[in-house]
Design a protein around this ligand. Structure first.
Ligand SMILES: [Zn+2]
Length: 183
């Protein structure tokens, strides 16, 4: 009765992020180009299903969310890191222009595409890896399967989802609406 709980806010943030990510994926699918033969072969080795559906979009800067609450959350939990070289949103992959067709970067992002597929799409991916509800040592780390991590270039940043979860709860605590105090 006194505004939102942190769990409500976490769900609101996750929904905002999922909408944003789906919108960005649509943009890449409309404007992007298919994988090259070599990238398709890499995608198959990585375990991406339907690699022919993947599109790459060359951009000057990887986009960030405009919504203030989502932007604050993204900065707080390193989703997204600043100035990443790549960002995978299921089948849509943004590639910063100075790393266009960088084989290692695209392979890294394709591992995230496979993670989206294994979990069943954008919302479960965000719920599992980014906006995890529990600060559990068993929370999966989205970079564990990567041999050549080069984490500084990944939009999803570093750290386990446990770290993210703790930071998110601190953040959602500070986002609580003060409206009730004035009524
Ligand atoms: Zn990554």
């Amino acid at each position: 009765m006194d505004g939102q709980t942190p769990i409500d806010q976490l769900e609101e943030l996750t929904a905002l992020a999922a909408n944003w990510a789906a919108e960005q994926e649509r943009r890449v699918l409309c404007e992007g180009v298919p994988l090259s033969e070599r990238e398709l072969a890499d995608a198959k080795i990585i375990g991406v299903r339907y690699p022919e559906r993947v599109r790459l979009l060359r951009v000057e800067a990887v986009p960030v969310p405009a919504h203030p609450m989502l932007a604050a959350a993204a900065a707080s939990i390193h989703f997204l890191t600043s100035a990443p070289r790549g960002l995978a949103l299921e089948y849509g992959i943004f590639v910063r222009s100075d790393h266009w067709r960088d084989r290692a970067l695209i392979a890294h992002e394709l591992v995230h595409t496979a993670q989206f597929q294994r979990l069943g799409g954008i919302l479960p991916f965000l719920q599992t890896y980014i906006f995890a509800r529990r600060n559990s040592p068993l929370s999966p780390n989205l970079h564990i399967p990567m041999r050549n991590r080069r984490l500084s270039e990944c939009a999803f940043g570093i750290g386990s989802s446990g770290d993210r979860s703790a930071r998110l709860f601190r953040l959602t605590g500070t986002l609580s609406t003060p409206a009730a105090r004035f009524s």
